[in-house]
Design a protein around this ligand. Structure first.
Ligand code: CA
Ligand code: CA
Length: 533
């Protein structure tokens, strides 16, 4: 389980290493948006500001003409008015209309033809008013700034509404989808471009927009630029960012690789380790609970690294199975077992040897030939062999498995269902498979806490095994209470730390020689018997 989580973590970390590369676009998009938004903001502020300056210039001209001319439309007035036209680029006309609305005079001495676009509006904090008008012959509307003077005559100056728009706009505004210039009350002054693409866009983030109001002048400028156009200018940066991010990702991957190599989880090199003989068998004794004798052992695999480090199978078995290395691994192990246990097999031919097989062994059947070749002609007889098949994983093909089991039976070997109760088996399934032995998983043995307190699930296993004529081996026995409970229920065989962990060949042989002399086949095991450590 820990192993699987570790694998998952590594996988996520490896994917995570590529995040910088994948994120380049997003990061760059964010950068471009921020920079270009600021630029666009400046541009619209500049535009709005030019409108404010234009209005202020108009007011200043108006006041200067009025203040320096005692009467309207006099030669002095006309001279002063013309001077204003020369002074400011924004001021285009100075005119006087009488009380009846008829024009009395103007600085250009031509008839001023215009049409109102807006009503007259007051300018906050000033006596003058502002009105948007379209002037004959002019592409864009102008402002009329008006002030009332002596005798209720109206003196007006005409100014460009947004001079910056007439005299050339910033580059970013030239790329705009639309630039709106409006009075703050919503009256349109003018629109550059076509706002339809923006108005109809489902995704407003496809644009960058900015807005500005012209200080205390009631003019608002709003501009929208397509993001794509702005983004294009950063294509060069895209490449450099990607290169940088790739270097970063490669660095992370390298670190991960180092981490994996260093960790115990070295599924790396399992194939090499098998060839180098780094995988060795260890033997966990199986004890007869009735007699205290050793009945045999289960062969458990250990990976002994050249530096002496011992790796438990939990961290490589799954990989061995997935990669198919479980087959050569088991073969190598069986050869070592033969070498290790031949001597003991001659001394104590009743001892059984439990060997764990994988699902793959049962589906391809080659294991039967391998077992025949390895043990045929050795001192270890086929009937000393017990092959364990785990219940944790379902069998791919029950028919194939049955054929393999039958062939192993034909040799004289027996088959045990390993980790019973943790998987998929049901009673009928066990019966048809020809299982000889049930190995009760440690999770069930752990349920036994007191000798006197019944554990129904264990009892059910025992009854089932008896009904099916199978032997029972209890795994993971760690306490005397568990051993005594199991013995009390008629379970004969057990393995677990109470008796011994998996040990090396020599230690196992010692133990078998000592225990099986001390407790003969018929010796009685008392309640207070000291179990071997
Ligand atoms: Ca096993
Ligand atoms: Ca087991």
């Amino acid at each position: 389980m820990r192993n699987r989580i570790y694998h998952l973590l590594m996988l996520f970390a490896a994917i995570g290493a590529f995040v910088p590369v994948l994120a380049v676009d997003t990061l760059l998009d964010g950068y471009v948006r921020e920079r270009e938004s600021a630029k666009l903001q400046l541009a619209v502020e500049e535009l709005a500001n030019s409108s404010r300056l234009s209005v202020e210039a108009g007011i200043a001209s108006l006041q200067r003409v009025i203040n320096s001319s005692p009467t309207v439309c006099s030669p002095t007035f006309m001279r002063n008015a013309r001077m204003e036209l020369q002074k400011g680029v924004a001021v285009k006309q100075v005119a006087v209309t009488g009380q009846n609305g008829a024009q009395m005079c103007n600085a250009l001495e031509t008839e001023l033809v215009y049409a109102g676009i807006s009503q007259k509006i007051g300018l906050p904090g000033r006596n003058e008013t502002l009105r948007v008008v379209s002037v004959a012959g002019q592409e864009r509307p102008w402002f009329i700034i008006s002030g009332i003077v002596r005798g209720n005559n109206v003196v007006s100056t005409l100014v460009l509404s947004v001079p910056r728009a007439d005299f050339g706009m910033t580059k970013i505004l030239a790329e705009a989808t639309v630039v709106h210039v409006k009075l703050t009350n919503g009256t349109e002054i003018y629109t550059l471009g076509d706002s339809t693409p923006f108005d109809q866009a489902r995704d407003r983030t496809a644009f960058v927009e900015a807005e500005s109001i012209a200080g205390d002048i009631p003019v608002r400028v709003h501009a929208v630029v397509p993001f794509d156009i702005l983004r294009l200018e950063y294509a060069g940066l895209d490449v450099s960012f990607t290169i940088l991010a790739s270097i970063f990702s490669a660095g992370i991957l390298w670190l991960l690789l180092r981490l994996v190599q260093r960790s115990n989880n070295a599924t790396f090199g399992l194939e090499r380790a098998i060839q180098a003989g780094e995988l060795e068998p260890r033997y966990q004794p199986i004890i007869n609970l009735q007699t205290g004798a050793i009945e045999g052992c289960e062969v458990l695999i250990r990976w002994i690294k050249p530096n002496g480090e011992i790796i438990a199978p939990g961290s490589f078995i799954e990989y061995a199975e997935i990669s198919g290395l479980a087959i050569p691994m088991t073969l190598a192990l069986l050869e070592m077992v033969r070498e290790d246990l031949e001597e003991l097999a001659i001394e104590q031919p009743q001892l059984k040897i439990g060997i764990n097989l994988f699902e793959r062994h049962f589906s391809d059947g080659a294991i039967v030939n391998d077992v025949t070749q390895i043990f045929g002609g050795s001192a270890i007889k086929f009937d000393q062999l017990v092959f364990e098949i785990t219940e944790r994983q379902p069998l791919a093909d029950v028919a194939d498995a049955n054929a393999t089991i039958a062939a192993l039976h034909d040799l004289g070997a027996r088959v045990a269902l390993d980790d019973a109760g943790t998987g998929h088996s049901n009673l009928a399934y066990l019966q048809t498979m020809g299982i000889d032995i049930i190995k009760i998983d440690k999770v069930f043995t752990d349920l036994i806490t007191e000798r006197s307190k019944a554990v129904p699930v264990i009892d059910a296993f025992i009854i089932m095994a008896r009904d099916l004529n199978m032997e029972v081996v209890a795994e993971g026995v760690e306490t005397r209470e568990q051993a005594l409970y199991l013995r009390g229920r008629g379970v004969t065989f057990a393995q677990g730390f109470l008796f011994s962990p998996a040990i090396e060949r020599d230690a196992y042989m010692d133990m078998a020689r000592k225990l099986n002399r001390q407790y003969g086949e018929n010796a009685d095991l008392e309640d207070d018997i000291t179990f071997a450590a």
